[in-house]
Design a protein around this ligand. Structure first.
Ligand SMILES: [Zn+2]
Length: 101
């Protein structure tokens, strides 16, 4: 039996996704940052998600550098990250019935 990588294994905890994503961006400050760091230290799932998150962000960074738009891309990048989560959750075939695990 082949071991398939489950996208769920590459994600932070559901309630921490936005915080962990922002934390890897270095945009968190104050209490949310403290809370997120404390959670990550005690959470193997969030720890395991960090390399994946960072690789995603590196790709978005490359896209941003290649783009012509000089304005800040924080909002767009955040949307792109969330869209990437959606893609990771989507089944490979568009007509596979949508059985939600
Ligand atoms: Zn966690």
């Amino acid at each position: 039996m082949k071991h398939k990588i489950d996208p769920e294994d590459l994600k932070p905890c559901a309630h921490m996704r936005t915080l962990v994503s922002a934390w890897t961006d270095g945009t968190l400050r104050g209490l949310p940052r403290w809370y997120t760091e404390a959670h990550i230290k005690g959470c193997p799932q969030c720890q395991a998600s960090l390399p994946f998150l960072r690789s995603l962000k590196a790709r978005f960074g490359e896209l941003a550098e290649a783009g012509p738009a000089p304005e800040p891309l924080a909002g767009t990048r955040r949307q792109a990250v969330e869209a990437a989560w959606e893609q990771a959750e989507a089944p490979p075939a568009p007509n596979s019935g949508g059985a939600g695990s």
